[in-house]
Design a protein around this ligand. Structure first.
Ligand SMILES: [Fe+2]
Length: 462
């Protein structure tokens, strides 16, 4: 069983991390400070240290720095736990060989996966040397043998065959070789999606600058001139690998942040939808005769908007505006809304005020300015004889003109206390009659087409 040491100054974090990792099958030891952790490590053989970055006294970076100075512990795997880690910390941690960063707080499965990944990372980094000169092969093996598993291939063909089965961390590539030369080998590497990101350093005795320029443009990382100076070769490779590691870490971080953002965005979107649905249910609950009215008007409006060629965002905006078009009814006394007999003029005026009341309620939702438009003007008529403002024709916002048709259609095709839904041919005739007077003729035409396609009269309250 693998042993993990968790160093974190917060008791809750230590306990929860221990709990999660023990459940995932690890043996977990905890320490509440860097010093305690270092002391423990001299007694226990830990396979991995999870190290909190922000700690009083000695922080995570300082602790790791100290660990790296203790010969017995200098190679221990370390992953950071961090809530906010600054870029400087990140850079230094990478220099110090941290295996990864686990962002706090994280879900149990994320923690277990990150730990698994830290274990999966192979310490034996693989270097591929493609060079036909034995002397160079031996020299490079001697320089890098302690840090890398160095694979040697003596031709471009052999190198590519090796790459068919292995993905090294870095490639050192001789430029001049028999058969497939360095440049062609490099081109093939770059064309292979699996290999394209592996850093390639050319080994060359060539002093032709134009070749260098061309290869740099194609993505070569560096050129090392033969004969080699071992220290320079070593330092160049070290720098390139560091750069690569940093780049990968940053890429991971960007990916993680992007996923977080998408997750939050989707959550907010779902929340907004749920609030709108709850509000529309509240509207319909107020009016005993219009069960599901808002829902159906929204569905019909969405279909009309789609047929008008609106894009997804526009269709959605219209859908939500339609869902809330009668929200002002919340502000109208229930006894007037649900009055069984004829309304007096005064009562009718009060009912009419649901348009302006609704618009005022929805105006406060500044993120969706289109919502209030539907509420305010869905009782306007194309001929200018509607309310509340007597707007005419195209002066009525399109969203309101769509909702108006959908709203009237649903009023006729749904049941009332005093009648069942009207027969489809009567509803159709009424829409046709209102074409150009009550309704925008183009939108009425779309509604008529929808009716004609609805052979079984499914678009109605059942
Ligand atoms: Fe209305």
């Amino acid at each position: 069983m693998k042993t993990i040491l968790v160093i974190d100054d917060e008791n809750m974090n230590r306990m929860s991390t221990k709990f999660i990792l023990e459940k995932a099958g690890y043996n977990v030891v905890t320490a509440e400070s860097g010093d305690e952790g270092i002391m423990l490590l001299s007694d226990i053989a830990a396979d991995l240290v999870l190290l909190d970055v922000e700690m009083p006294d000695k922080n995570g970076i300082e602790t790791l720095r100290e660990l790296r100075r203790i010969p017995k512990l200098s190679n221990i795997r370390v992953c950071f736990l961090t809530a906010s880690g600054s870029q400087d910390d990140l850079t230094e941690a990478v220099h110090l060989g941290a295996k990864g960063f686990i962002k706090k707080p994280c879900r149990p499965e994320e923690l277990a996966a990150a730990v698994e990944e830290a274990f999966a990372k192979n310490d034996d980094r693989l270097m591929l040397v493609i060079d036909d000169e034995t002397m160079n092969q031996m020299l490079l093996k001697r320089i890098f043998g302690r840090e890398y598993h160095v694979a040697v291939e003596k031709s471009g063909e052999d190198g590519l065959a090796f790459l068919g089965k292995n993905i090294p961390d870095i490639i050192l590539l001789d430029l001049k070789m028999q058969g497939i030369d360095g440049e062609e080998t490099f081109q093939r590497i770059k064309q292979d999606e699996r290999l394209a990101n592996i850093p390639v350093i050319f080994l060359t005795a060539d002093t032709d600058r134009s070749v260098e320029q061309r290869l740099f443009k194609m993505g070569a990382m560096d050129f090392i001139r033969k004969p080699f100076d071992p220290d320079i070769v070593h330092e160049r490779v070290r720098r390139i690998m560091e750069l690569q590691r940093l780049q990968n870490l940053l890429q991971d971080e960007v990916e993680r942040k992007t996923n977080d953002l998408i997750h939050s965005f989707n959550k907010i979107q779902r929340l907004s939808e749920q609030i709108i649905l709850a509000l529309s249910a509240a509207i319909d609950a107020k009016d005993a005769y219009t069960n599901g009215h808002s829902d159906r008007v929204a569905e019909y409006s969405r279909e009309i908007a789609k047929r008008m060629g609106k894009n997804d965002t526009e269709v959605n905006d219209i859908y939500y505006a339609a869902m809330l078009h009668d929200v002002g009814k919340i502000g109208i006394p229930g006894e007037i809304i649900n009055k069984p007999g004829r309304l007096t003029d005064e009562e009718f005026d009060i009912i009419k005020s649901h348009t302006v009341k609704g618009a005022k309620i929805l105006e406060s939702i500044s993120e969706m300015p289109g919502l209030s438009v539907g509420a305010r003007w869905h009782h306007e008529r194309y001929d200018g004889k509607g309310y509340p403002n007597g707007l005419k024709g195209e002066d009525i916002p399109e969203t309101a003109r769509i909702i108006c048709v959908a709203d009237c259609y649903d009023a006729m095709s749904s049941n009332r206390s005093y009648r069942k839904a009207l027969p489809q041919e009567i509803v159709r005739a009424e829409i046709e009659k209102g074409r150009g007077t009550q309704f925008d003729p183009a939108i009425a035409d779309i509604m008529l087409k929808m009716i004609d396609e609805d052979a079984d009269y499914k678009m109605r309250e059942v």
